[in-house]
Design a protein. Sequence first.
Length: 365
Amino acid sequence: MNRRTVLIGSAGALAAGAGLAAASFARMGTPKAYAEAMETVRAPLGPDRSLLDLVRFATLAPSGHNTQPWRFRIADHEIRISPDLSRRTPVVDPDDHHLYASLGCAAENLVQAAPAQGRAAEARFDGKAVVVDLTSGVPSPSPLFGAIPRRQSTRAAYDGRAVPTADLARLRQAAEQPGVDVALITDRAAIARVRDLILAGNSLQMSDPAFVAELKHWMRFNPREALARGDGLYSAASGNPILPTWLGAPLFDLVFQAKAENEKYSRHLAASSGVVVFVGARADPEHWVRVGQACQRFALQATALGLKLAFVNQPVEAASLRDDLAALVGAPGRRPDLVLRFGYGPSLPPSPRRPVGAVVDADRT
């Protein structure tokens, strides 16, 4: 084989490779198609008072890594929300603390959405699941109802503006829940101390290969993958580029480094208006559910006020840092449960959701 033949062959191989790459990018799906699908997922409640539609609103709640670890069972006058243990994240959440908090978030969405259908709703924990009792009433949407489809975890830089005192009071009032204390932090020095714990926790987690592998398992690098799976962490929802899965996975290993992530978190905390820490009275599933309810009401009130939020749970996920965080927020000896930063910022694509049919065990509409 002469040199000219080699060059022609190499050029052909490069052209073929470029063609395959272009085809791969084309198969990623488009942001427009993703946005249209999310409009359906987050559409207003229908006029037919369907309990399945009510469950759809419940699934718009947050969950760790967007695993959506819940199963719904609809019966006479109640909707039961049970943990889906097949969707556990045992590395970051070994005792299912975040899982039960997410059930509380979903239950609170039901409590806030049911009055729009002319139903009163009250959530309780029966030792195994969250039961939302439904009774007849007059249609009367709650003040937080309209924020349910607009709430999202916005992992972006905010603009640093201070939240008015009256709005901070409304946030605190919304989060009131028996058995849950709420530490609302807006002092810059105190925020910096929380930031240091977040960075310490992030460094610990990123030095753990099992944590990184679990996180990577829930990454969705492009619109087609996010829509097909209906769960996980869609890259564009964090302001990251969309990529073919075959390219996103190895690039994740290359760029997901502790130094860069800590620098990002430092910027994000510096540009946030404040931080809120939720602390349950006891470390058990019932109080984790209550924390989830309080957190969701806070998040819905924040959304109604035009604020954005993002979880920064590293100091509660790293067990060695919990005591420091508890002391910082005036709750020594107790376990802090959830940490959020909040402020005024941009909107990003929402995270995906699984179809209602995939999370309901039995239904009655």
